[in-house]
Write a protein that binds this ligand. Sequence first.
Ligand code: F3S
Length: 650
Amino acid sequence: MGQTLTEKILDDHLVEGELETGEEIGIEIDQVLTQDTTGTMVWLQFEAMGLDEVQTEIAAQYCDHQTYQFDFKNTDDHRFLRSAAGTYGAHFSRPGNGICHNVHRENFAAPGKTLLGSDSHTPTPGGLGELAIGAGGIDVTVAMGGAPYYIEMPEVVEVRLEGELPEWATAKDVILEMLRRLSVKGGVGKILEYTGPGVETLSAPERMTITNMGTELGATSSLFPTDERTEEYLEKVGRGEEYVELTPDDDAEYDDEMVLDLSELEPLVAQPSMPDNVVPVSEVAGTDVSQVIVGSCTNGAYEDVLPAAKMLEGRTIDRKTEMIVAPGSKQASEMLAREGWVAEMMAAGVNFSEATCGACIGIGHVPASDSVSVRTFNRNFEGRSGIEDDEVFLCSPEVAAATALAGELVDPRDLADELGDLEDPGFELPEEYDGSKADLIGPDEAVDDELVKGPNIGDVPLKDPLESNLAGEALLKMEDNITTDHIIPATQDILMYRSNVPKLSEFTLSRVDDTFAERALEADGGFLVAGENYGQGSSREHAALCPMYLGVEGVLAQSFARIHKANLFNFGIVPLSIDDDGYESIEQGDEIEIVDDVREAVESGQEEFTVRVNGDEEVTAHLDASERERDILAAGGKLSWTKEQAPGGA
Ligand code: F3S
């Protein structure tokens, strides 16, 4: 039987297990990336494990989320990260150089390689044929130390693309249509492999917009085959020699398949406040818009900004609407500036911003209260823009630019009809990507050779090994689709404490209940209860680390998002799944007791647990965990477990 492309790359990197859906496999990792909000813990854990040198082909530390230096805290973190990259042998991308996924694809991503990153949009270079997976920081730490990465073999789903995009429809509309069809849970446990004649009609950057936002489907990764469009991109970024042809076998068998006809697409938007709340723009046309932003790791590349710039050339944006353009990399900014596009956009009324995540996580450009913001980003979870009752729509750069010109949401086809001289700007790559590399410091050019820790850099907290008796209060009961933004908000005032866990923990779940952290500490242990898809969103391991610090022993949820579940194991919190009845049986404040000897049950492979509620009612819960995950849980988390594994460990 033939192999899918996913199987081919995994086979090449397989060090343990067999490629059978649902089986745990260990794979070798070629490249790792980390960014500033997850990176400080990555390096503190690297240090705590006693590792002394990066073992992967490429390790890259980016500074993109918290680039603004309001006081010493972010700057301390940046200095620490530079020193860690220098000390241990990683590349360091300076603050302002751009978003990790953009800079990584420009400089390092390569077909056939494996990439593990402590950021949920790590799958972006799947559009170049790299198998890229987002993970918790400690998984990245361990992989960077040379150990395999373990994962349950996902289902591989064929997404067959037919036809060609019509005028004004874009790669963003492809992934918005996928979200409309499959929802934010539709990709969980899956790798989406794109095939079919529609593939060759899309350039590599367009493919990377699609693979980037496969994360919003909950997919483990998304992957395109390689072809002359891949080669074209690699040549233009100056790495043509890294091209390899990669295709699935003709007789490859997929776990599932779907067909998407590109020619049927039209401009779409995701309405507030979920990326899968997708409708044609025409359905919401006329909605007043106060703010438009073009940027992010989804649509912040040179070739994403260019169509918007062309649409704005010689025009001015509506007086009541502000428009911000924040390219995904400094290289994109530099190229747009050299070609005069920055001046054109400024003349049209655009506020041109630093290459950063920034507004995507509510850092700067926070919308006005009770107003609509239209963004080319990938997420519009409630509150992510920096205010609680935000109304954020997601769309392509073309829809964003048309909206800025009109001052209201508008289908660009209608605006083109109205204006008469507005044409679909198309999607084109530059002759070559020729930005300076001044802000990317290679391991050979390292500035520091020892760690520099300012007062904002704390220690890594450790958890005791798992106990036999687990009991405590149901500290908080939550609904479906709780995101990591709910658990630890990513706003500037909070995430500047990312290297100081005791302080950061004070904000745990504050967006759900602002007394939570205090109550959890007072209760000295307890449980969280949640509905479906608990922990969706980012790879932020602080969303497990901070609850652990506050004494949370277990989470009882109807289902878990993949990365967050892995993070719960990594920080010694027991993730138990419950059914609808179980969820209904438990109320906040109830006394929870796990009847089984938890440590023994975890170690022996027991899957079913009995949870006693308020001393009488009993609920059945399940632990779905591999042997390795059980060992990690028993040890009190991955850091303790890894230390135990090391020669001479406990
Ligand atoms: Fe940054 Fe937003 Fe992407 S936070 S990595 S631009 S999802």
